[in-house]
Design a protein around this ligand. Structure first.
Ligand SMILES: [Zn+2]
Length: 385
């Protein structure tokens, strides 16, 4: 394996970019300089002062017969680090026994630098069969605001296919759940607790909402996807009350709902409106408000899509073993890119081991990095019809 891609990855791991702390712009600056110094046309796109995305493009050669625009994507932010728990320097990029260590080694600086290495190498190519577009995002680990920003700008609208090199240990991800986070609040009327009849107890009202949601009448968790499983909903926090002797005028809870293709934000809102109507019919003073806090769509590419087939075959040709297609339990930027104006297949795949993602002493074997660079290169050079 060439030494340059290893040096790129090592340098990238040495620049902290933990989310939600600072640093994402520093690692973006490193990658921007690296790409542009090798002649790769790259746009610096500021989402906010500390959050930057990069879009790098290479045009197909003049003799290309059926050029497609093949997209590659990954994020440069990482989850935080508790340095005292690590036995290696999380920002050292040390290499020992063929493994490279550091926060983001698995998720997913290796994935990003594999694509960057591919772009640098193929920029020298005179007769590329495809247009290549690399979308590097910020803030994937928190709100996916980077991918959302690029999608809103239309940066994904010209893609014919997209590979996201999240760590998948050689599996090929084709579907993922979404997340709808809602705050449900009840507003009552405060009064002295010695005279509760003068007020309207918001906690009592909220309790009735929760009882309704936990009853058989609330059917959102009956919806299911053959591989992603059922919609799941959990109440994850609750607040309310003004003081020990005050009838509470306000109470709320947060519910995290993991959605599936065909059941998202609209269906969640409809189910909650049905709860509102049932309770309002029982008591005309009842009031409940629903606020969407988080909305990350689910997405799915047909398992038999030709691009997925090509990715699977290419992975098989590199690793000499069958590629298993899987639904991914967590979310990726693919959720946002799936909202682009044009519909295109999205594959989530790399050879990077996901078992150490977000873990202490995060690391991957460099052999997996070499395999992922090879995967990106072969997909970029493939003739698609
Ligand atoms: Zn990731």
């Amino acid at each position: 394996m060439l030494t340059e891609p290893i040096t790129y990855l090592q340098r990238c791991l040495q620049i902290p970019s933990t989310n939600p702390l600072d640093g994402e712009e520093n690692v973006a600056a490193y990658v921007y300089d690296l790409l542009t110094s090798h002649g790769v046309k790259t746009d610096w796109i500021e989402v906010s002062p500390k959050r930057v995305c990069l879009v790098a493009t290479i045009e197909a050669g003049a003799t290309a017969v059926h050029p497609k625009t093949i997209g590659f994507s990954g994020h440069l932010d990482t989850v935080p680090v508790k340095i005292s728990e690590w036995t290696k320097d999380p920002f050292g990029g040390a290499i020992e026994d063929g493994r490279i260590y550091g926060r983001g080694a698995s998720d997913m600086k290796s994935g990003v630098m594999a694509m960057v290495s591919m772009m640098i190498e193929l920029n020298q190519h005179d007769d590329l069969p495809n247009h290549l577009k690399l979308l590097i995002t910020s803030d994937e680990e928190n709100g996916m605001t980077g991918a959302r920003h690029l999608t809103d700008r239309g940066d994904a609208d010209d893609l014919d296919a997209l590979l996201i090199t999240e760590p998948t240990s050689g599996y090929l991800g084709y579907a993922q759940k979404g997340v709808v986070g809602v705050e449900i609040s009840c507003t009552g009327k405060s009064a002295h607790s010695s005279s509760p009849q003068l007020g309207q107890n918001a906690i009592d009202d909220l309790y009735r909402v929760i009882r309704e949601i936990k009853s058989d009448r609330f059917t959102i968790t009956d919806h299911s996807h053959p591989e992603l499983g059922p919609v799941v909903a959990s109440i994850t926090s609750i607040t309310g009350g003004e003081g020990p002797n005050v009838i509470p005028s306000r109470a709320s809870f947060y519910m995290d709902i993991r959605t599936i293709p065909g059941f998202g934000r609209e269906q969640v809102l409809q189910a909650l409106e049905a709860v509102n109507q049932r309770l309002s019919q029982q008591d005309e003073t009842f009031s409940m408000e629903v606020t969407i806090i988080k909305d990350i769509p689910s997405c799915e590419t047909d398992r038999d899509d030709p691009f997925l087939q090509i990715v699977a075959e290419t992975m098989e040709s590199i690793r000499k073993q069958p590629t298993q297609r899987v639904a991914i339990p967590g979310g990726t930027d693919g959720a946002m890119f799936s909202q682009a104006a044009r519909n295109f297949p999205i594959a989530v795949a790399s050879f990077h081991d996901f078992r150490l993602a977000h873990q202490i002493d995060e690391s991957i074997p460099l052999s997996e990095y070499a395999e992922t660079i090879e995967l990106c290169k072969r997909l970029a050079l493939k003739t698609y019809v």
